[in-house]
Design a binder for this molecule. Sequence first.
Ligand SMILES: [Zn+2]
Length: 108
Amino acid sequence: MGSKMDSGISITAEKLVDITARVASKIKVEDREIEKAVGISSFNLAKKSVEKVAFWLTESRNSLLYCKLCGKGPFTKRGLYLHLIRLHRNEIKTMLEEELKNEIRAII
Ligand SMILES: [Zn+2]
């Protein structure tokens, strides 16, 4: 895999960190926001990656939200979103990069 492709993945992942944190926090994200962030050609790839990574970030116990990365909680939706963005931004970006690479490999 070339470095040009890797830097493209890194840029795409960066654009998806905020959206992924919102999806993980059960805050509504419209499809067109994802499309606007990454462009229509990467939409399906981006949406799949966001959903997979978001699943690994949080868990819901007794309808309360907890961070799966460090176990903290319970949080409100907004509180969890801020926690993810402030404390786990780099982890989320790395997870998105890995997932985007996996999705691309599955296509080619
Ligand atoms: Zn955490």
